[in-house]
Design a binder for this molecule. Structure first.
Ligand code: NDP
Ligand code: 8X3
Length: 255
């Protein structure tokens, strides 16, 4: 059993929730955060008697992040793993008609929030000579698709930020990993389509997508490698997913 501590953003659903369960099984201390208080209470209750500290947190709010970190009980204060999981896609519209509010929310959450958490947690890790930053990127950060515009770009940021963090920290024992999943069933599509369950269900119809427990297993595996092994990136898709050819839009020959 471990006495290490993991801070998970977005623990109220999907990957974050599954990671909380996986790390609790291994005896880790858990700092669980998200914007839904009821879900945090439900998760803490489910994991009892695991050592859990919950904090209501919107990662877009830098002052709240600072307050959350300053308010950690002493036995949760030394964070060994920061799992930057909170994130979202909003909409699938083309760039010429997409909502600017949606774009800004994705930028503020997937980029700004992740950067703030990382910047504020890193000094303690460096001082203790121990730590691991695990980011939730996406295959959308590598492979473009129509309507992926800002979401994919935010995950491309996460990919390069992860690599650059690794460069900054190379003189330390700290590790940095970017997990890049493909199609995975969670609340992700419900959120993307602003609560439209019909559109969300259609994303997974007839396929066998990744499950949050699959991602949790990978995150745990990455953490449990010997300290000299840094898994830099993990690209993972369900077996039913693959890359398509580049397409060419051709002029109609008619008329
Ligand atoms: P879910 O929608 O199931 O979970 C997302 C989590 O992020 C929720 O716990 C939500 O909590 C939290 N969250 C969203 N916005 C904020 C915010 N502003 N502040 C704090 N927490 C927030 O999605 P997944 O579990 O699938 O996604 C987790 C991560 O994995 C995301 O970064 C996503 O981009 C990425 N990903 C997902 C894939 C998929 O197909 N599902 C594939 C590749 C990557 P709450 O609403 O309570 O705040
Ligand atoms: C989520 C996977 O392909 O919907 O990051 O962008 S995808």
């Amino acid at each position: 059993m471990s006495s290490q501590t993991i801070l998970i953003t977005g623990a109220t659903a999907g990957f974050g929730w599954a990671c909380a369960e996986r790390f609790a099984e291994e005896g880790w201390k858990l700092i669980l955060t998200g914007r839904r208080q009821g879900r945090l209470e439900q998760l803490a209750h489910r994991l009892a008697p695991a050592p859990v500290h919950t904090a209501l947190l919107d990662v877009r709010d830098a002052a709240s992040i600072e307050a959350m970190l300053a308010g950690l009980p002493a036995d949760f204060a030394d964070i060994d793993v920061l799992l930057n999981n909170a994130g979202l896609a909003l909409g699938l519209a083309g760039a010429q008609e997409a909502s600017l509010d949606d774009w800004n929310t994705m930028i503020d959450t997937n980029i700004r929030g992740l950067c703030t958490l990382t910047r504020l947690v890193l000094p303690g890790m460096v001082a203790r000579n121990k730590g691991h930053i695990i980011n939730l990127g996406s295959i959308a950060g590598t492979y473009p698709y129509p309507g992926g515009n800002v979401y994919g770009a935010s995950k491309a940021f996460v990919k390069q930020f992860s690599r650059n963090l690794q460069a900054d920290l190379v003189h330390t024992p700290l590790r940095v990993t970017n997990i890049e999943p493909g199609l995975a069933e969670s609340e992700f599509s419900i959120v993307r389509f602003h609560g439209d369950a019909t559109k969300a269900n259609a994303v997974y119809q007839g396929s066998e997508p990744l499950r949050p427990v699959d991602i949790a297993e990978i995150v745990y595996w990455v953490c449990s490698m010997p300290p000299h092994v840094n898994i830099c990136a993990v690209e993972v898709m369900p077996t039913c997913q693959g890359c398509g050819p580049l397409f060419v839009h051709r002029q109609s020959q008619e008329g």
